[in-house]
Design a protein around this ligand. Sequence first.
Ligand code: ATP
Ligand code: MG
Length: 401
Amino acid sequence: MTVLWSTDPAAAETYHYAIGGQVHAADGAHAVWRALTTTPGEPLVVAGPEIDLLAVCELAERLRVELPEAGVLLLRRRLDISVLAQALRAGIREVVVADDLSALSVACGRSLEVSRRMVSSTAGPQSRQGTIVTVFAAKGGCGKTTIATNLSAYLASLGQRVLIVDLDLAFGDVAISLQLDPEHSAADLIAMSGHLDQAGIASVVTRHASGLEAICAPSSPADADRVPATTTSELLQVARRSYDYVIVDTPPAFTEHTLAAFDVSDIAIMLATPDIPAVKNLRLALNTLDLLGHPQESRVVVLNRADAKVGLHVPDVVKAIRAPVATSLPSSPAVPASVNRGVALVLDEPKHEFSTALRALAERHVVTRTPVPPLDAPAAIDQQPLPRRRDLRQRRRKVLR
Ligand SMILES: Nc1ncnc2c1ncn2[C@@H]1O[C@H](COP(=O)(O)OP(=O)(O)OP(=O)(O)O)[C@@H](O)[C@H]1O
Ligand SMILES: [Mg+2]
């Protein structure tokens, strides 16, 4: 992914051939960062001659820590020794005179080659791409927190590095469900927005005895509104570089934060309980995600509190939601009892039928990512081509308003 950072509308035309390949245009540091962190390929930034030197140096310094394989090339109208020294100190790979297009072409090739070598030789945490799993239900009380905490605790017990993020910022109960006593919360991330790094995340997490780490919701609901949705995206993107799994617990609504999480998630666990209101809301949620261009293949529909005696049966639910149900988790009084004790049932009573079903869900759909077989005869609505996945929050503004 090569990003041309410029505010000049003619820049793409001027530099396109010299840079070569597919060039993504961005007019600000934030847009550059987002393009680099969300698109695969050897990362390269070419900063136009009009871009402020300090801004480019700041980005280069951040990349040096968080995405060291990324190359930054700086274009300047003329070469100046003090600019050169400052650029090299910040980790900018080369400074090129803006109208020397052949020098730019050579510098781009050189940087891409360095990045390629770095990517292929890095096996450490910097190259880690942890799996982000968002647990969502459109109706409250379906078991999001129960499943997110048990899934996280189970993955951590396998020796994986796991971060659970409580995005139910106003009323989150991850901390209470795991008997955590957080000193910090998601509200402490606000001050780090735009330059959040792994050390910043480490300073905010609360550790659980199982090895699991958590970013808890603020203790005061009033603080929830202060956390920008962009901070959520940044948190998840940075976290996946140092954790094997990032599990996101959500509120029962498509908030800006939830959509930001869906945007970067590899797996979306979509929950319902087998009763008509929850199933209706699940169908509406799936429809909304379809409209927003969210990929169907990343969804894992789970029926929680399945009880053959009182609930709807799986075929009824499949018919109602027009999507496959991946698995069911049984209803049991042991679940609320474990929440009241502040323990994860999957660790506390590993032989319990809920724990067995939860482990199967984790192994099949999260660890090995076995695809959920599609329905045999999908309804016409499901056969329509889906719009390309992009920023769900922006799409929502168009679709839902
Ligand atoms: N499989 C289950 N069997 C019995 N009770 C369950 C089960 N799963 C969850 N519960 C109980 O249902 C209640 C709601 O669960 P939980 O808090 O996990 O839901 P939630 O979707 O996170 O709710 P909210 O929308 O309020 O955040 C809790 O008391 C929990 O113990
Ligand atoms: Mg909850």
